[in-house]
Design a protein around this ligand. Sequence first.
Ligand code: SF4
Length: 624
Amino acid sequence: MKNNIYFFQVNFEIGFGKFKTHWLPYAVAKIWSNAKTHDDINNAWQTKDFIFQRLPIDKLDEYIVNPTVVAFSCYIWNWNYNLQAAKKIKELYPNCTIIFGGPQVTEDPVRLAKFYETHSYVDYTFHGEAEVSFVNFLRYLDSKIDQLPCGITCSGYYENTSGERVADLATLASPFIDGTMDSIVAKHSDKNFSVTLETNRGCPYACTFCDWGSLTFNKVKNFPMEIVKQEIEWISRNSIKFVDVSDANFGIMKNRDFNILKYMIELKNQYGYPETYSFNWQKNSTDKTLEMVEFLTNNNSARGFTLSAQSMSENVLTNIKRRNLGINNFSDLLNKCNINNIQTYTELILGLPGETLQSWKQGKANLLAAGQHNNIEVWLCQLLENAELNSIESLDEHKIEYVPIRNYISGEHSEDIIEGIYVIKATDTLTHDELIECYLYSWMITNFHSFGWTQIISRWLNTTQNVEYRSFYDSLFKFVNRNEFFKELISQVNENIRDAFEIGLVKGSGLHYYIAEYQKILHQNRDKVFEQLNEFIKEYEYDIHTDVITFTENFITYHGCDSVKTIEIETPIWEIINNIETDSKSNTYKFYMNDIPKDKAEYYDSFYFRRRKGWGKYNVERIN
Ligand code: SF4
C-alpha cells in the first residue's frame, strides 16, 4: 500500500463580484509533478489531495485521512492558517510527518530554533527550491538516504538552510502538462481560477526588502520554451481568468520574452482566456520592454505597465542596494507611454531606511514632474521573513520600529483566522507621525491627481506657469485638511491608518482598498468635489483657463457615462500639458474608455481592480 501525502497551498478567494477566483496551488503541484516522475517515489507514495481553500479547521478530519506526510507551502497570506491546520492534523494523526516550506519559513538559525521550540507539531522545514529536496526527503523517510538532504532542517538541526538550486529547469515536470492541474480543476469545476506561471527563475538584483532568498542575486535560468508554450496553452484552454507571471524581471530576456508574449496573446485571442496576465516587468525597463507593453495595449491585454521605483531618494536606494533608471530615462519612457495612452504605474514603499518626510513628498512631486500621472501605488514597508532588511543587524542599524498588522492585504476580512505581517512604523529618519503624514499625502496625490480631479489643472500650471508640483500639492494638502468636505474624508483615513498601527488590525477590506473606497465617495459627490476644488483655485489665486476646467470635467468618467465622446475647445490643452508643439486654433478631442461596466457595483469595484489601468479617466486622442 502506498503512503499518503497531502499538500496545502491555501490562499484567500480573491476579488469581488465577477472578479472572484481561487488560486491553483502551483508551487506544490510542481513539487509533486517532479516527484512522481521517479519510479521509487511513485511506487511508494501517492497524493491524496491538494488543499487550496481555507477549509474550516474543525472539519479537517473530513478531508485529511491517514496522512503519512502533510506538506504546507507558507507565505504571508496563509501562515496563521497553516499553523492551526498543522496543529490540528498532528492532534488527529500524531505519527504523521508535518513539513513547512516556502518564503515564510525563516532561514535564520536563531529564529528557527525559537520556531521549533514553540511549534513542536512541525517536524521539518524546507528552504530554497524544493522540487529536488522533496524527492530526496521522501527517500530519507524511506531510509534510502542516511542524511537529511540539503535545505532541510528539523528540531536541533538549524544550520542546513542552504538548499541547492535546481541545476536544469528542463528536468522538472510540469503540473499543467502531466494532468495534475487537470485533476484539481475537474474536482472543483464550479470555481474560477487564477494561477502562477513561471517562464524563468532567479533575479540578478539583491534588493534588501525582498525575500526571494536564494533566488535573488543569482543567475536567471529559463524553463524550456516548449514547456512554457504548452503551459500557456493549458491556461487558455482551461479558461483561467487571471495569470500572475512570477518571473522577477519579465522582459529581461528580450526576444525570448517577446515571443512568449506573442504566444500568450495568440492563444488568448483563440480561446478568450485568460482575461488578464500580470507581469513583474524588468526592473530597469528599456524601449524593448515598452514595445512589449505597447503590443499588449494594442491587443487590449495590458494591466498597467510597472515602472518600479520603490523610493526616489538616492540615500534610500543605497540603503536598500537598488539602482533605479536615471530620472531622464525614466521620464523619457513615461512620456512615450503618456503620448501613446499606455497606462503605467509606479510602486513606492513607505518606511524604507533613510526616507524622510521631505524626501518622500519631494519624491512624489519628482515622479509627477517625470510624467507619472496615471498611478503611484504605495505599500507600507513589510518586513518579510527572509529579507536582509529584516535581519537583526539591519533593524539595529536603522533603528527600525515595527508592528504586526493583520488584514493588511485586501480580501482577508471575512476569514476567522486573520493573517498578519510585520510593517515598519518608524525609522531613525522618519518618526511615526511623519510616516502617517507621508501616507496621507500619498492618499491625496492618488485620489486627486492620479484619478484625474486635479491632474489637468496641476499639469497646466506646471507647464504654463512653472508652478512646481510640490508647491501645488503642498497647498492642496493644507486645503484638504481644513476644507469641511475633504477634511471629513482625510480624517477618516488618518484615524484608520493610526488604528491599524495601534491595534494591529486594518478595518474593512484591507489597506489598499481604502483608496478605492474614497474614490467612490468622490465620484458619488462629483458636483461637490468640483465646487470645493473651485474654492481651492480661488483661494490660491491660480490662473486657470476655463478650457482646463472643461477638459477636466470631461476627463473624469462617471457611472452611466458614454464610452466615447468628443469635445471642441479653443486651447490645445492636451498638447500643452504633454509638451507637444501645436498652433491649432480649433481643438477637437475624442475621449474614450473601453469596457465601462453597466452594473453600478462593478463600476465602483473597478476603482480598485483597474486602478493600474487608469480607471476613472478617459483616454484622450486628438482628432483634428
Ligand atoms: S525585489 Fe524584484 S528585483 Fe529586487 S531582488 Fe527581489 S525579485 Fe529581484
